[in-house]
Design a protein around this ligand. Structure first.
Ligand code: ADP
Length: 391
């Protein structure tokens, strides 16, 4: 099955073409465009390039297109992308203004460009469909809840992959199979010991997710990807009273407050240096105290959520790090795991130091909790879900 994974930004379009079968998948072509003003033009161009390069004889050979949609109003899961999906994206444009409009438009454009292909949307919220109401309910008036304000959770494609892969690496093939088939069969009862994972996706955008028996029980992200840990330039968790107070005291409008919280906050806001973890590390090493504070606040927040899920899960079998900082950030991983031996979390510092962007177990051999680094590959995760959905 040929699956095109379409990554649509407001001014960008990136794609990877996968050949998928029962045993897995491989990338057969990839490409991308920046500073896009008309997505329809670059989609046509990409299909033309695939033909000219001899990858496909005709666009009709592409069986399916996968979209990693973020947040839909009253819709989640891994679904056939149709008008209902577009309406759901449109319904939450105000919450995900950078992500929802390009996907809504992209689905329409692929319907025209590839009329015979199946279009599939995998919502980033999909992994959290089965979280308990006690987790996803904010303590707000009913009218607010009626318009869809609740915790959703994001980075679902990445964390679901961690649910599958961590179970495989810990010899829990029963749970790995449940996790793989989750969007087809829903959660399943596991016989024997539960398998409990905390997955830390630490990148430009970061979240921590608790996973029991292949299913998410909660996420550090709530109503929008704006919440939870400090993000690269977005605020993360903030007391709701801070916004009206800042608007009144600084004399700024709601739009300006929103801009500052989404563009000038997070690690950038705290460090005053950069939104990139590497630059912040360099500045801290040179003695910049604000940069050090950004690092410390980030680690504090990661540990806060690990603590929350440790209790919710009633213990832990695997602590996983993924995405740019999770895969490469030796110092961040060490700081997150510091003094957690009482909880069975024993980091092996030489294994940690040796692990950069590869899959590895970095806990000591006798650590009750396995600490694992698992590289993220969200495009492949998406291609797999599309293949599972359509097979
Ligand atoms: P996203 O896809 O969300 O943009 P990534 O998963 O690519 O993000 O992660 C980007 C982050 O990973 C950046 O903050 C970057 O500084 C960090 N990162 C990448 N390489 C390293 C490294 N070698 N050491 C520490 N951090 C790194």
């Amino acid at each position: 099955m040929l699956v095109l994974v379409a990554n649509l930004g407001s001014t960008s379009f990136k794609y990877r073409l996968f050949r998928m079968d029962e045993s897995g998948g491989e990338v057969v072509a990839k490409g991308g465009y920046e500073r896009v003003t008309d997505h329809a033009v670059v989609i046509e161009d990409a299909l033309g390039t695939l033909q000219r390069d001899g990858i496909i004889a005709s666009p009709d050979e592409i069986d399916a297109v996968g979209f990693k949609t973020v947040l839909g109003k009253d819709l989640s899961g891994c679904v056939i992308a149709d008008q209902k999906t577009i309406d759901a994206l449109d319904g939450f444009t105000a919450v995900a203004p950078a992500h929802n409009p390009p996907y809504a438009a992209g689905i329409r454009q692929f319907e025209k460009a590839l009329p015979n292909a199946r279009l599939v949307a995998l919502f980033e919220t999909a992994f959290y469909q089965w979280t308990p109401p006690a987790f996803h309910s904010y303590a707000i008036p009913q009218a607010w809840r009626d318009i869809g304000i609740r915790r959703y959770g994001f980075h679902g494609a990445s964390h679901k992959f961690i649910a599958e892969r961590s179970a495989e690496l810990c010899g829990r093939d029963d749970v790995a199979e449940i996790a793989r088939r989750l969007y087809l069969d829903g959660p399943q009862v596991v016989s024997g010991k539960p398998f409990r994972v905390i997955s830390c996706h630490l990148g430009g955008s970061s979240s921590v997710t608790g996973i029991r028996d292949g299913v998410a029980i909660g996420s550090s992200m709530g109503f929008s990807p704006q919440s939870g840990l400090p993000q690269n330039n977005r605020v993360g968790d903030l007391d709701s009273a801070a916004i009206p107070f800042a608007m009144r005291t600084l004399g700024i409008s709601l739009d300006e407050a929103e801009r500052q919280l989404t563009k000038e906050s997070g690690l950038l806001g705290l460090s005053g240096v950069s939104n990139d973890a590497r630059d912040i590390r360099t500045a801290a090493a040179e003695g910049n105290t604000a940069a050090q504070l950004a690092i410390d606040a980030n680690v504090h927040s990661i540990r806060h959520w690990i603590g929350a899920f440790l209790v919710d899960l009633g213990g832990l079998d695997a602590l996983v790090f993924t995405a740019g900082i999770g895969e490469n950030g030796v110092e961040t991983r060490a700081a997150v795991c510091k003094d957690l031996e009482a909880f069975g979390i024993h980091l092996d510092s030489s294994k940690n130091a040796a692990c950069r962007a590869t899959e590895a177990v970095i806990s000591t051999d006798d650590s009750p909790v396995k600490i694992i680094v698992i590289p993220a590959n969200e495009e492949l995760v998406l291609a797999r879900e599309v293949y599972r959905k359509l097979s």
